[in-house]
Design a protein around this ligand. Structure first.
Ligand code: URA
Length: 186
């Protein structure tokens, strides 16, 4: 098996799906590759595409704030990545063929990271990882055995930014759940 830097270099040259034609650059991951906790979002947005780093815009700021406040962690302690490594134009939803094309990269990246806990952010990431069409409102609030990892679904930070106090409070509760799962896995 290759290492993360080699994988990142391979992904940087990817042309497996049409998004390679419209991206500024591939957005691979950020944080600590040895961390036990990995956050998984949907796909890069405009700022992530510009900087080549996941969750650096408003959603990312909220993610980092909640991680600090509820988990006591910074991204020196966790890792952040997305289901897709390239930005869908205009931030439209990823298409099934794009997800299929990117899934081998996702799986290879996760296999190298070997986290104990994955927190999936939002409907899209959660559905795509759990292979369900159930909505995030029903899926969140629980931890799921997934592969050899525990998956804790929560809202996408953008939904909490839009939705106000209730989704934000539920997101905080999910982060506390993730912390408990993390501690139990040690
Ligand atoms: N939203 C996501 O799902 N991922 C990012 O990297 C940024 C915003």
């Amino acid at each position: 098996m290759t290492d993360l830097a080699t994988l990142a270099a391979e992904v940087a040259a990817c042309t497996r799906c049409p998004l390679h034609a419209t991206r500024t650059q591939v957005v691979f991951g950020r944080g600590n590759p040895d961390a036990d906790l990995v956050f998984v979002g949907e796909a890069p947005g405009a700022e992530e595409d510009a900087q080549g780093v996941p969750f650096v815009g408003r959603s990312g700021k909220l993610l980092d704030r909640l991680a600090a406040e509820e988990l006591g962690l910074t991204d020196a302690d966790f890792y952040v990545m997305n289901v897709l490594r390239c930005r869908p134009p205009g931030n439209r939803d990823p298409k099934p063929d794009e997800v299929a094309s990117c899934s081998a990269w996702f799986d290879a990246q996760l296999a190298l990271l070997q986290p104990k806990v994955v927190v999936s952010l939002g409907n899209f990431a959660t559905r795509s990882l759990l292979g369900t069409t159930e909505g995030i409102t029903r899926l969140r609030g629980k931890a799921y055995p997934w592969r050899d990892i525990v998956l804790v679904p929560t809202y996408h930070p953008a939904a909490a930014l839009r939705g106000g106090p209730q989704p934000l409070a539920e997101m905080r509760a999910d982060f506390v759940r993730a912390k408990q799962v993390l501690e139990a896995s040690r």
